[in-house]
Design a protein around this ligand. Structure first.
Ligand SMILES: *Cc1c(COP(=O)(O)O)cnc(C)c1O
Length: 360
């Protein structure tokens, strides 16, 4: 028998979350962001379940090809465009759309031999300072694309640095408006946080990622408060039980010390499954888990294949009892916050060794 750990994916929750994005941005089309293997949820699984999206956005050319080879005919947008001239052959063959963020990429396009023109999104760096054209470059970039004869359309895009935080979107919105004044084309601006908090960012297309997977992009609003439903549930079972006396320690480094006699369960899940090693488990600083339907806490350091939970108040729990590490009833955001990270990272880091299942 394989280890009892399993990640299950609730496809109706996924579709529900897409509906939430649509209801929040009713006038916009939706690029479902499926980069990083759909945030760890499985690229094809998610793309098929989200058949109602208007298009799919991702980074990796191979992932784009996989979608096309699987029969997906909707628009596919490469969020970082191309990395070398050869990439354009695949862009052409598979009819991909692409974001262009620098003159080097425009040069590659100008020199390419294409069977048909490409839908291009010009990326503006309005303040995130990662990728995109500066204000002073926008007109030149746009002009070169127009003159190239290789574009089916030229659309405009930027990405927000702090739509989930205190700075908001105003400064970036103002730059975008100023730099693009008078330029034609469709516009896409909003990630999940902007979709949920700033209707003025919705424009022609929105780009929800994390909200589709049922996580909150905000530190100060839960997924539940945003009506989002968790898609991934990471579950396992108790595979051993230990009775501890006062002073007994748990796990590597012995960072948890029993202050009373207690019963603990050993769970078949560790950091090699994607559970964060930094989830705390020392006295007074623990991480929640659900055992046999009851909320309890992890204890001790997370090891590669195992972690421990407190069963002292769950008399009915024993070997074989189900354990939810995150997902249904226990938001991954909560585990992430305890571990000093964000839900995005935990979802993306689900390990390949964890068996997967789908729930319709
Ligand atoms: C990842 C990404 C998104 C989605 O962001 P979320 O915060 O997950 O909604 C949107 N746009 C771009 C360019 C991205 O890279």
């Amino acid at each position: 028998m394989p280890r009892p750990i399993r990640a299950s994916f609730n496809l109706s929750a996924l579709r529900h979350n897409l509906d939430v994005a649509r209801r929040r941005a009713p006038g916009s089309r939706v690029w479902a962001v499926v980069k990083a293997n759909a945030y760890g949820h499985g690229l094809l699984r998610v793309a098929r379940a989200l058949y109602d999206a208007d298009g799919y956005a991702l980074l990796d050319l191979n992932e784009a090809v996989r979608l096309r080879e699987a029969g997906i005919a909707k628009p596919i947008l490469l969020l970082e465009g191309i990395f070398q001239p050869d990439d354009l052959e695949l862009v052409d063959r598979y009819g991909l759309a692409m974001v262009l963020h620098d003159f080097e990429q425009i040069s590659m396009l100008e020199r390419a031999r294409l069977s048909s023109p490409v839908a291009v999104w010009l990326k503006l760096n309005t303040g995130l300072n990662r990728l995109g054209f500066a204000g002073s470059q926008v007109r030149a970039a746009y002009g070169r694309l127009q003159a190239s004869g290789r574009t089916a359309s030229i659309s405009l895009m930027t990405h927000f640095a702090d739509a989930d935080g205190a700075s908001g979107v105003a400064a970036q919105m103002a730059r975008f408006a100023e730099w693009t004044a008078g330029l034609g084309g469709e516009v896409t601006l909003a990630n999940s946080a902007a979709i949920l908090r700033y209707p003025e960012t919705h424009a022609d297309w929105v780009r929800p990622g994390i909200m589709l997977y049922g996580c909150s992009p905000f530190a100060d609003a839960s997924a539940q408060a945003l009506q989002l439903r968790p898609v991934m549930t990471l579950a396992s079972e108790i595979i051993a039980v230990q009775d501890l006396q006062v002073g007994d320690r748990i796990g590597y480094g012995g960072i948890f010390v029993a202050q009373r006699s207690m019963r603990i369960g050993v769970v078949a899940c560790g950091y090699a499954d994607g559970y964060p090693r930094h989830a705390p488990g020392s006295n007074g600083n623990i991480t929640p888990a659900i055992v046999a339907g009851k909320r309890t806490s992890t204890l001790g350091r997370v090891s590669m294949d195992l972690l421990c939970v407190d069963l002292s108040d769950i008399a009915q729990a024993g070997v074989g009892s189900p354990v939810i590490l995150w997902g249904e009833g226990l938001p991954v955001d909560e585990i992430a916050a305890r571990a000093g990270t964000v839900g995005y990272e935990l979802l993306c880091a689900l390990a390949a060794r964890v068996p997967q299942a789908e729930i319709e």
